[in-house]
Design a protein around this ligand. Structure first.
Ligand code: NAD
Length: 478
């Protein structure tokens, strides 16, 4: 049993109340670690430490902050193998995916913002006999709250820009996947991050996350997670006039026209449907196919999906690992049942399996459903698992109406070789991110976020640095 600890004021410690939360390995359902079950008292200590560290950290030179963040990035890259094993064990994702994507990206996040801050500049506006210049100052103590699907990747995506901009941070990883956040604490200590600059507090969202949200001294909250929790945070934080960045759920459309590069589309659609067991906020779960290629696509997609290997996440041959928790497994399973009640036909998957030696793990075979209306619950509510629905369409107008018919608006993928159509639809789609003839092709400088119930604000590049700073205009008359 691995005992995890909070990282407060530069040191590792249990929760003040000395109670713990069990942490499960989804591959076999066993408890492998215990995380501090922190509460109000731990947040109070973290706040004290962060507040005391703020004057020093915010006035450190940009070069110094950048150097420490690069040290952290290097240490993550050096520990890639161990961190990937930890991430896979905690989350159930294939080890190969953690090695290829999660951990390299966590290192890249620190490196990217370490460099970005050295290039960050503010505006000046000249008038007749006066000049305005804008200062961008660190906000103070800020809160970062992240989900379980890409644990270290999304945790670092918030922490790195917050620290680079000179804030001190209280960060809460998901209680479902706390392991790599704990390992990050050790990396930060070894990298010489001054005490109190980053404080990682483990625990339940309803206790630790809620306490961060209502703490009057925490001036901004950057949250990634479900739309329901984002709404709860907004309800508490908005009347306190905190800065809020909310990255929330999605129900992303994947629109396929007959004139696309078919082979490339098929290969990528398999990935965009089932990577990380479909537990990426950017996965396309509603697949619309132009009617003239619908039957061919259906046959090829079903056949390719059936070849995906579901199994032990640590096995290199595994494509689809375990679902992150029993609770989430039950939710996905209930949606597969709902899809059938709503008149859908399961073309592939939909089954619960237990690989040999992993009889207590939580595995669902990648599932394709057809025959559902675009506006049914299965097609409008977020499932966040290896479940997609395929639907034919005839015209651009029709598919645009389907694509925009949910409350969400995170991302969309378009497959077409018609440039005019690509531009026209990209503009009309309700989404913060549109990929044309690709998926998850990420440049960390670009704005990242959603519209409608998928989010408020943008992360990434200068948007993140702007979020984590307060602009002050100074007008000088001469
Ligand atoms: P969640 O909303 O249940 O939890 C997210 C985080 O919020 C966790 O750390 C949790 O402990 C905390 N939390 C829970 N209740 C809280 C409260 N009352 N106050 C403050 N914090 C609280 O989400 P999840 O199940 O961990 O993650 C899955 C969701 O995240 C999906 O909806 C997915 O679409 C979304 N997601 C969105 C993006 C994006 O960029 N838009 C990226 C990844 C995941």
């Amino acid at each position: 049993m691995i005992p995890l600890e909070n990282y407060i004021n530069g040191a590792l410690s249990p929760a003040v109340n000395k109670t713990y939360i069990d942490v499960y390995n989804p591959a076999d359902g066993s408890v492998f670690a215990q995380a501090p079950n922190s509460d109000k008292e731990d947040i109070a200590l973290a706040y004290q430490a962060a507040q005391a560290a703020f004057p020093g950290w915010s006035s450190t030179s940009i070069q110094m902050r950048s150097r420490i963040l690069i040290k952290i990035a290097d240490a993550i890259a050096d520990d890639l193998d161990a961190l990937a094993v930890a991430e896979s064990m905690d989350n159930g994702k294939p080890l190969s995916l953690a090695k290829r994507v999660d951990i390299p990206r966590a290192s890249d996040n620190f490196r990217f913002f370490a460099q970005a801050i050295t290039q960050f500049s503010s505006e000046s506006h000249e008038m007749t006999r006066a000049i305005n210049y804008t200062l961008r100052q660190a906000i103070g103590v800020v809160g970062c709250i992240s989900p379980w699907n890409l644990p270290l990747y999304l945790f670092s995506w918030k922490i790195a820009p917050a620290l680079a901009a000179g804030n001190t941070v209280i960060a809460k990883p998901s209680e479902v996947t706390p392991y790599t956040a704990y390992l990050l604490s050790k990396i930060c200590i070894a990298a010489g991050l001054p005490k109190g600059v980053l404080n990682i507090v483990h625990g339940e969202g309803a206790q630790v996350g809620a306490e961060m949200t209502k703490h009057p001294g925490i001036k901004a909250i950057s949250f990634t997670g479900s739309t329901r929790v984002g709404g709860e945070i907004a309800k508490v934080a908005a009347p306190m006039f905190k800065k809020l960045s909310l990255e929330m759920g999605g129900k992303n459309p994947n629109i396929i026209f007959a004139d696309c590069d078919y082979d490339q589309m098929l290969k990528t659609t398999l990935r965009s449907s089932f990577s990380n067991q479909g537990q990426i906020c950017l996965c396309g779960s509603r697949i619309f196919i132009e009617r003239s290629i619908y039957d061919k696509f259906k046959q090829d997609f079903v056949s390719a999906t059936k070849q995906l290997v579901v199994g032990d996440p640590s096995d290199d041959k595994t494509d689809i690992g375990a679902i992150v928790s029993k609770l989430h497994f039950d939710k996905i399973h209930s949606y597969i049942q709902l899809a059938q009640e709503e008149g859908g036909t399961i073309l592939a998957g939909g089954k619960v399996i237990q690989p040999k030696g992993k009889e207590n793990g939580w595995y669902i075979t990648p599932t394709i459903i057809e025959g559902l209306a675009a506006d049914c619950r299965t097609n409008t509510e977020e499932i966040f698992g290896p479940v997609v629905s395929i639907m034919p369409f005839d015209t651009e107008e029709e598919v645009l109406q389907y694509a925009n018919s949910t409350d969400y608006g995170l991302s969309c993928t378009l497959w077409t070789s018609d440039l005019t159509r690509a531009h026209t639809l990209s503009k009309a789609i309700h989404a913060g991110i549109v990929w044309v003839n690709t998926w998850l092709h990420r440049d960390l400088r670009t704005p990242f976020g959603g519209v409608k119930n998928s989010g408020v604000g943008r992360e990434g590049g200068l948007d993140a640095l702007r979020f984590f700073t307060e602009a002050k205009n100074i007008c000088i008359k001469y």
